[in-house]
Ligand binder design. Sequence first.
Ligand SMILES: [Zn+2]
Length: 132
Amino acid sequence: MHELSLAAAVVDEVSPLVGTDVVRSVTLRIGELAAVVPEALEFAFAVAAEGTALADAELLIDTVEGRARCDGCGREGPTGMPPVLWCEVCARPLVLLSGRELEIVRLVTDPAPGPAPAAPAASDKEHSPTRR
Ligand SMILES: [Zn+2]
């Protein structure tokens, strides 16, 4: 199952980055031609994230449209799904421009729960730039 190894790779990739922080959400960019079934990936992610900093993280998926160009006539457009990778005009194979993406693009984290180390008021301000 391709999605399970993908989910495990996401957990392996993210875990060292967040330290003791708790991951709220992970956003992935996935091309529609990457042969990933989002529902299967969400299920696999829940399994792979168990017991890690990503256990309660939400998995968000940005789908990237498959697009291709013909070097013969210069036409460019969506490949459709299932993809058509031949030019209708010149009958030449198309050059794939996008649609095979598989990348982590965003990570939202919270500081680890539990007693925070007591910090002097002055440095507390410096370390919490997002707090209003
Ligand atoms: Zn063409």
